[in-house]
Design a protein around this ligand. Structure first.
Ligand SMILES: Nc1ncnc2c1ncn2[C@@H]1O[C@H](COP(=O)(O)OP(=O)(O)OP(=O)(O)O)[C@@H](O)[C@H]1O
Ligand SMILES: [Mg+2]
Length: 408
């Protein structure tokens, strides 16, 4: 597994960025001002960065009296809303497995050397298609590539530009490609299957073909410096001709166990000594996306921050038990009492086959206490069901929804 940070090699020194920002402002180059401003704020120490990023976003949205962003962005033929939005580069890391990472590095290397390759008659087609379920990091990947290439991150959501009038859809698509050719940024075509999906609704197949053709022409007309990344949750719906325009394809799946451990470690801000916690949580979160892990981990950290306590790994374990039972949940806010905690610990241990060491780390109890409980449990099934009833737990030791809800 590997990790593709906004590496120091690619990041300019803050003093260069400040000068470039001033120059861009003097030249009224607002796309560059937004990009450089985002870079500068991203380089601030963490405690300053979060608040400043929010203020910057407000400024970009025009709340601070600045020029509205994307003044030059193409507008929807009918609604007149912008078809392309420029998003800031991501500031957090992207976790990928080695194979995916290698493919992206190759894509980036070719896009960086586009001019040189074109000079040798080998102009690359820098088009990458990302296919995978929601929350697997497709948008994040595209943002990282934009950052690595130092290009503005222009995002167009095709599902929002598809109009009931196919003629308007085609005009919108042309508008997007003209803009990207002019701005020479990275175009991220999100939900690219929206155009293909329209086939089911379209009464006039001939007209739909013209829409797909507009997309193909747009892709073909871009010069070798333009980079296009498209994303889809439904790769099978894509027109084969569109598919062929993307020589780089990445199927992003829900992360495997090793990658999940890295995600838990990062989003819970664990230190290396807590690797066993990350590994235990990774083993318990099979089937979750990177986004699910981030949501659960950040919810637990927010609760801990507000309550001025440590992050509750047992509450995370409870949420993962719900997830494993098919119900996505965030960690509970309230404290469980002793009996309910014991029931939860047993249920989690059984469901995920955890070792006594893992249970002791997750539930902050001594190894001996867990081992003793395991002996007690083996010795008396009857006692356990009595305790379960008292504590509002089901006979199998799982706290009932009511018992857990009462403590939220
Ligand atoms: N591989 C990953 N590395 C780091 N964080 C990740 C990863 N995958 C997902 N995340 C987290 O999940 C969030 C959502 O990911 P993202 O929006 O990129 O998913 P997506 O595949 O584009 O989803 P959708 O199909 O719904 O648009 C990210 O902002 C990040 O916090
Ligand atoms: Mg996305």
């Amino acid at each position: 597994m590997s990790f593709m940070p906004l590496g120091p090699m690619q990041e300019p020194r803050p003093s260069d960025t400040v000068l470039a920002l001033i120059e861009a402002a003097l030249n009224s180059d607002f796309v560059a001002v937004r990009r450089l401003g985002t870079t500068l704020v991203g380089s601030l120490p963490e405690r300053e960065r979060v608040g400043t990023q929010e203020r910057l976003t407000r400024l970009f949205r025009g709340a601070g009296g600045t020029r509205p962003p994307h003044a030059m962005a193409p507008l929807d033929v009918k609604t007149k809303s912008p078809l392309v939005e420029e998003l800031p580069w991501p500031t957090g890391p992207l976790f990928l497995d080695d194979e995916d990472s290698q493919l992206l590095e190759r894509f980036i290397a070719e896009a960086q050397a586009a001019d040189e390759l074109a000079g040798a008659g080998l102009a690359p087609r820098s088009n990458l298609l990302l296919v995978g379920p929601p929350g697997t990091g497709k948008t994040l990947t595209a943002g990282h590539i934009a950052a690595r290439l130092g290009l503005p991150f222009h995002v167009a959501r095709l599902d929002t530009i598809v109009s009931s009038l196919l003629g308007d859809t085609a005009k919108n698509i042309r508008g997007i490609f003209d803009f990207v050719q002019r701005e020479q940024g990275l175009l991220f075509l999100d939900e690219i299957d929206a155009v293909a999906k329209q086939r089911d609704d379209a009464r006039d197949i001939g007209e739909l073909k013209r829409v797909v053709n507009t997309l193909l022409q747009g892709l073909d007309r871009l010069d070798h410096r333009c980079v296009v990344i498209a994303a889809s949750n439904h790769g099978h719906l894509l027109d084969p001709a569109v598919w062929r325009r993307f020589p780089y394809r990445l199927t992003v799946d829900r992360p495997a166990e090793g990658l999940r451990a890295s995600l838990w470690s990062h989003y819970l801000s664990l230190d290396p000594a807590e690797a066993s916690i990350a590994n235990a949580l990774a083993g318990m979160s099979e089937g979750l996306s990177g986004s699910d892990v981030a949501e659960i981990a950040l919810a637990a950290r927010r609760t801990a921050h507000l309550k001025r306590t440590k992050v509750s790994f047992s509450a995370i374990a409870g949420a993962l038990l719900d997830c494993a039972n098919g119900k996505f949940s965030l960690p509970t806010i309230g404290e469980l009492d002793r009996d309910a905690t014991l029931s939860l610990r047993r249920a989690v241990g059984e469901r995920f086959g955890l070792t006594n060491g893992q249970l002791s780390a997750l539930f902050s109890v001594t190894y001996e206490a867990v081992a003793k409980d395991a002996r007690v449990k083996r010795a008396g099934g009857k006692q356990r069901s009595g305790l379960a009833q008292q504590s509002g737990a089901a006979a199998d030791g799982t706290p009932t929804a009511g018992a857990r809800d009462r403590r939220r």
